[in-house]
Write a protein that binds this ligand. Structure first.
Ligand SMILES: [Zn+2]
Length: 239
């Protein structure tokens, strides 16, 4: 396959600077540890959050990306709380896809209580398609990743597969905790994140539960819209 200097294997998109860590931090750490090149794209700076300033949140996000082993993390600077799925915003994401040509992209699941998560899901889904249209902005070479893998934030249903992230769970927790303005206690009263009052407990118990479903300590569940090819069922269920 043709490669470019900047090529990345996997790009994870999130609405807010901590979304990717919460939903897919273990998977990203695992893939980076295996030598795959990981990029992270946040659509907003999370400036509508009750805590933290945009500058603090960008700094925390960069630290979290380093902890996960990502090559880079960029911010598309769309307005927090008001991500709209319009042509210009879709093309912002499509241009990132065309530039870095990832084989796989990761996006939030399309049903969630936060409208930004819903819109990010729709926007990335549309960008995935449009990035592959040759006649659209033809000055950039068209490229369509092989698949979109959806991760879960607030709602979870209809998993396609669960990835064992046990070995990388400490890294995931460290990356989530790097968003100290959001998750650190610092004597601040509990703040509802993901619609729950104890978000760290919610994330950990969810990931433990998902792990338990495949017989490991920690798992992350994902959904894809096409069948998952399985080369050897006995390798999975024959032990
Ligand atoms: Zn979010």
């Amino acid at each position: 396959m043709e490669t470019t200097r900047d090529q990345i294997d996997i790009i994870a998109f999130g609405a807010h600077p901590d979304d990717v860590e919460i939903g897919a931090g273990g998977l990203l750490a695992k893939e980076a540890a295996r030598g795959y090149r990981v990029g992270i794209v946040d659509l907003t700076k999370g400036e509508m959050g009750t805590r933290g300033t945009p500058d603090i949140r960008i700094e925390e996000a960069q630290k979290a990306a380093e902890i996960l082993g990502a090559e880079w993390r960029i911010n598309l600077e769309m307005p927090d709380g008001n991500i709209t799925v319009d042509h210009e915003n879709v093309m912002k994401a499509a241009r990132v896809i065309r530039t870095y040509r990832p084989k796989v992209i990761i996006a939030p699941y399309w049903d969630d209580r936060h409208p930004d998560h819903v819109n990010t899901s729709l926007l990335v889904t549309e960008a995935h398609f449009k990035a592959g249209l040759r006649k659209l902005e033809p000055e950039m070479e068209a490229f369509r990743p092989n698949i979109i893998i959806y991760y879960f934030l607030n709602r979870m249903e209809g998993f396609s597969f669960i990835v064992d992230v046990s070995e990388y769970y400490a890294q995931k927790q460290e990356a989530v905790n790097a968003h100290y303005s959001q998750f650190g206690d610092a004597g601040l009263k509990p703040l509802a994140i993901l619609g729950v009052k104890a978000p760290l407990q919610f994330i950990e118990s969810r990931d433990r539960f998902q792990g338990s479903q495949i017989g490991v300590a920690y798992g992350e569940a994902f959904l894809v819209r096409s069948p998952v090819p399985l080369e050897d069922p006995l390798r999975v269920w024959g032990r």
